[in-house]
Design a protein around this ligand. Sequence first.
Ligand code: FES
Length: 273
Amino acid sequence: MKSEDYSQGDAFQAEKRTVFSTATLPLCAAGQLARAGDFVSATVGGWSVFGVRDKEGTVRVLRNACRHQNMQVVSTPSGNCETFRCRFHGWTYDLHGRFLSAPPPVAPKDTQSPDLHLASLPSAIASGVVYFSLAGQPTPIDVGALPAYGGTLITDIACNWKVLGEHLLAEHTPSPDFTWAWPLLMVRRAGAVTVMEQVVPHTFLRTRLFTHVFGADVHDTKQAAATIKHVCEALQADRASGKPALEGTLVDDFHCRLAEAYAQAHAEDRPPT
Ligand code: FES
């Protein structure tokens, strides 16, 4: 990886077009959407989406793009609501993402058109995590039965998502106690506790860490998450200044997959001969 791959938007755009438009991506813990109307929104690798539990109990993942003028409908990271009202001009959607109404000055001509509904993405829940994909049905990993969900800690880190990914992978090798689901989820088991660390690439220099805890109180992980933030913000400065990335079997695998994605993006950019 070159230093600019960690510090400039071009690499992030290439990753958006390749890695994040094809991979199975985690969105949140199912426990974050426990009640009807609970929602979690995120920008994952440049794609703005949100998950919501409807009144029938189904979890849906929807594109967070209003059908009026493509602005974000959901502007808060999480919450609970009965309907989603776009703050720009008032188009309103139900918990399925179906268009409900709009103020007369901006109302569509055909209010029954299915084109007015928010775009729905294929999604799945496995081992307590909600997944989605922009390229067909997601294929999540199944890490088996888990202890009771203890909560999710959210940590914002001023680093590129790859810095966080490398840091979470560098100390591990594949083992029954550590599972990596390319590109964004690491699962650690320690006795009766399972911790899932979910990387959320918000922008090329802003990354969110979701620490989902099963079998323990989420507050027990606060210090560990604070340390990860501190270390990754220092590592970001190292990467940006050209210092080499961390090493390790899984980090090497991570870089191989990224190299494939960059080669694909490069091939797409090349004009046809
Ligand atoms: S962009 Fe949402 S109502 Fe206009």
